[in-house]
Design a protein around this ligand. Structure first.
Ligand SMILES: [Zn+2]
Length: 603
């Protein structure tokens, strides 16, 4: 067996936020070994040019320095060298996100794509990683949490770890610090959650709930054959919410209020959101980490890798994440329908759904979804939210047209055996052809209209077949995200069609919706709100100011655009019915009742 690449990493300077990384290649390319740092991170479709954080890079062999030349923004080539070659890199690490690298006195975290150079041409070679304790006075009580396989490291300790190849090496994020660790087994597989940033919450309850959730998911598609461990890495922040999936772990950030306090038993909306995030990243174990688009087998980490299928991997996962909270008994059907109605609300307020289809949204993730600006909701659609509603519509269509004999679950099971278990990539039309063959239905029209087209999904009719009534109403106020019937205490304000955000002591217009009164009157994103009919206008009093008027009234809104005071005559409109809530039909016929029970069953 050939010698593995020997990597090491050490947080060398918590003040300058530096990792030192080295890799020794036993048999460098005789033509001059190339090394490259990824331009993007798997699971996050944005060119980040991670090599820009390299502050020092050197190569050496037999105790002498070897010349290095840079050949493009991410790649270095060493001079010819016949002996084992060591590349040493110092990397600035001060990006505190689930997909970053960060070193300070409190902890060190990295996603492997941010820190490890690939040995070009030898990416399939096994890798050994020495995770070294930080020197200086910090870190004496630090523990290490990673899903990487230990070689000689004790559990949660510094030491040597191994990965089968470079792709695996960068698929195990590592957290080092004063960690709180909870452990549980799900279907006899050891699981752990390592938390940094918060100590005062009910870890036993989280482990109990995650066990239920993970077991329900494992029973759905079956245990991936190499899944012998799993780790949730969680960073708790004042106001955080994000996650990145990996093959044996996930890297998550949540808000302090999301975690349950000891003694609480109710599932708060915040804790439900946290469990939904865990459910989402865990479902990716199957859907995107193992069932993958053909275009990702393999992907090229040096440039964009395009696929129109991100909606399958993020949209279907977003549909199942909340459904698994229901199936595992953590939330009720009513609570699930509330979450679904909130998603319908978000999509119905997104004008871009008329302009961009979901395949285009997936394909253009790199330059549009991941680079959003004030006009994005007018111009693009989210492959997460719209994708999850397509999954819902596809599920209900299959259930209805097969009289309950088949569902999206069967399609996903077939996806798993066809693509997940084999490692074969899913072709761009792979989901469609599987859905058709599994259900026996002619679904081309469905995919033409809703996947390749921009038609609104027929959710009202489809939900009615499962005995659910879909209601649309006007928003109660600018914070109303739907999910519940209208509040009796306040009438909806007339429609301006713009949002106002508090920002550094001022209030500014943020989003100006297409075809809205605000757009017609010439209000633009970034304008500083000054007054409405002579009274001060702020993010906090926007609803109250609007409620002083009725639809059809013309008001004057004054703004500053840069230094220029502007007056806008705005004719307020009727509040659009863009806010959804769902209710179970108490008088549904027995067929609808049967469909609903099958769809929303707890397993
Ligand atoms: Zn996801």
């Amino acid at each position: 067996m050939s010698t593995p690449h020997q990597y090491s990493i050490e947080a060398i300077d918590s003040g300058a936020h530096l990792f030192s990384v080295s890799v020794t290649v036993a048999k460098p390319d005789p033509a001059g070994q190339q090394f490259a740092i990824p331009a993007w991170i798997p699971g996050s479709y944005l060119i980040r040019d991670l090599a820009r954080q390299v502050v020092v890079i050197r190569a050496a062999a037999d105790g002498r320095e070897i010349g290095l030349s840079k050949t493009d923004k991410s790649t270095w080539q060493a001079d010819h060298c016949a002996s084992p070659l060591t590349l040493t890199v110092q990397i600035y690490a001060y990006d505190l996100s689930v997909r970053g690298a960060h070193v300070d006195t409190t902890h060190a975290f990295f996603d492997g794509a941010c820190v490890f150079p690939a040995v070009i041409g030898q990416e399939e070679q096994a890798c050994q990683l020495d995770i070294l304790p930080p020197h200086k006075s910090i870190g004496s009580d630090w523990r290490v949490a990673t899903s990487m396989q230990p070689l000689d490291a004790q559990r949660y300790e510094f030491g040597s770890y191994v990965a089968a190849n470079y792709a695996e090496l960068i698929d195990h994020p590592v957290e080092m610090g004063d960690l709180l660790i909870g452990e549980f087994e799900a279907c006899n597989i050891p699981h752990a959650i390592a938390v940094i940033g918060h100590n005062h919450f009910d870890m036993a309850r989280i482990c109990h709930d995650l066990k239920t959730l993970c077991e329900t998911q494992i029973r759905f598609l079956g245990k991936p054959k190499n899944l012998d461990r799993y780790l949730f890495l969680l960073r708790v922040e004042e106001d955080g919410y994000s996650g990145l999936e990996h093959r044996w772990s996930s890297s998550l950030a949540c808000s302090r209020k999301d975690l349950p306090r000891r003694g609480e038993t109710k599932i708060s909306d915040d804790y439900r959101k946290f469990l939904g995030l865990c459910s989402h990243e865990y479902f990716h174990l199957w859907n995107v980490k193992r069932i993958k688009p053909e275009k990702f087998t393999p992907y090229d980490l040096r440039e964009e890798t395009y696929t129109g299928l991100l909606w399958v991997f993020e949209g279907i996962t977003s549909y199942y994440d909340d459904l698994f909270l229901l199936r595992s008994g953590l939330i009720s059907a009513k609570s699930f329908l509330e979450l679904l109605a909130k998603t319908i609300t978000r999509v119905s307020r997104n004008h871009g759904r008329h302009l961009q289809n979901i395949e285009e949204s997936s394909f253009d993730a790199w330059t549009r979804f991941y680079k959003q600006d004030a006009n994005s909701s007018n111009a693009i659609v989210s492959y997460y939210t719209k994708g999850s509603l397509i999954a819902l519509a596809l599920d209900l269509t299959i259930r209805k047209d097969t009289a309950g004999a088949c569902s999206l679950d069967d399609v996903m099971r077939e996806c798993w055996s066809r693509y997940g278990e084999t490692g074969e990539g899913m072709p761009e039309r792979g989901l469609e052809s599987l859905a058709r063959s599994v259900s026996g239905l002619e679904l081309e029209d469905f995919f033409d209209r809703y996947v390749r087209g921009t038609a609104d999904l027929p959710l009202r009719g489809l939900l009615a077949t499962a005995g659910i009534n879909l209601h649309m109403r006007a928003a109660n106020n600018s914070k109303d995200m739907g999910g519940k019937p209208a509040s009796n205490s306040s009438t909806p304000p007339p429609w301006l069609g713009a949002t106002v955000k508090a920002e550094a002591g001022t209030s500014r217009f943020a989003v100006v919706h297409s075809d809205s009164p605000a757009e017609s009157a010439g209000i633009a994103p970034g304008d500083e709100a000054v007054a409405l009919d002579g009274l001060r206008l702020t993010a906090r009093n926007l609803d109250a100011r609007l409620r002083d008027h009725r639809a059809g009234d013309t008001v004057t809104i004054t703004t500053f655009r840069e230094e220029l005071l502007m007056r806008h005559r705005v004719k307020l409109g009727d509040a659009p019915e863009d806010t959804c809530y769902l209710e179970i039909e108490t008088d549904a016929d027995s067929a609808a009742e049967k469909h609903r029970k099958a769809w929303l069953a707890q397993t």
